[in-house]
Design a protein around this ligand. Structure first.
Ligand SMILES: [Zn+2]
Length: 222
């Protein structure tokens, strides 16, 4: 599914969240949470002028090798690629202990950097990968979700996720101290997450929604 919103500029931002899930659990964290925040932003911004045009995309088949986003990126021609200033990926926002925003290294991290400025202004409890694992330098993340095919064709990414980079192999894979990984397990249900972490789903989704909407209003405004 693709929804398009015209902005002041014809330059575009892609906002993406995969809607498929694995068969274990119900896919509430991975990735109904991302799709929900995407739909909320599309609705909230429909009558608000944004600097850039926005393409809201829900990808299929992320869990079987990023098939949806790989296909989407592969059918972009050169003018579409150069017209796209960035891609914001939303994946697994509900269950993890901490909220994060990542981006590329150096200047390719401008979406993350702006997001972190908004976090400060709005006093949100969102940080970035502290970089304790040398494979994933501070502020960045691995190529394991729908941002990767865009990064590969030179489009800078931003990526929202909730997990915990301070535990396990410090690779962002173990989401919680108390119950380990929730995604891809039978615990990925609203009932489990709500009872294990009361209030977390609401707090995470409202924080990420606010950040995404402010980000889409700010990107390209100066
Ligand atoms: Zn996912």
């Amino acid at each position: 599914m693709v929804g398009f919103k015209q902005g002041k500029s014809s330059k575009e931002i892609i906002v993406g969240a995969h809607y498929d899930a694995v068969s274990a659990g119900k896919g509430i964290d991975d990735n109904a949470s991302g799709v929900g925040v995407l739909l909320e932003a599309a609705k909230a911004l429909q009558d608000i002028e944004t600097p850039y045009s926005i393409r809201f995309v829900s990808f299929g088949a992320e869990e079987v090798g990023l098939q949806g986003s790989k296909y989407y990126a592969s059918q972009m021609d050169e003018s579409e690629i150069s017209n796209t200033v960035g891609m914001i990926n939303l994946d697994s926002l509900a269950a993890g202990d901490h909220m994060y925003v990542y981006g590329g290294a150096g200047e390719a991290g401008f979406i993350r950097d702006l997001a972190l400025e908004i976090v400060k202004q709005k006093d949100l409890n969102i940080g970035t990968n502290p970089g304790e694992n040398p494979k994933y330098p501070a502020g960045t993340t691995g190529d394991w979700s729908d941002h990767a095919p865009f990064k590969k064709i030179g489009i800078p990414y931003g990526y929202f996720e909730a997990t915990n980079w301070e535990i396990g192999d410090k690779d962002g894979y173990v989401q919680t101290v108390e119950h380990g990984a929730i995604f891809h397990t039978e615990n990925d249900t609203l009932e489990f997450i709500e009872s294990a972490f009361p209030g977390r789903v609401q707090e995470h989704l409202s924080s990420f929604s606010l950040l995404l909407q402010e980000l889409l209003k700010s990107l390209g405004s100066k």
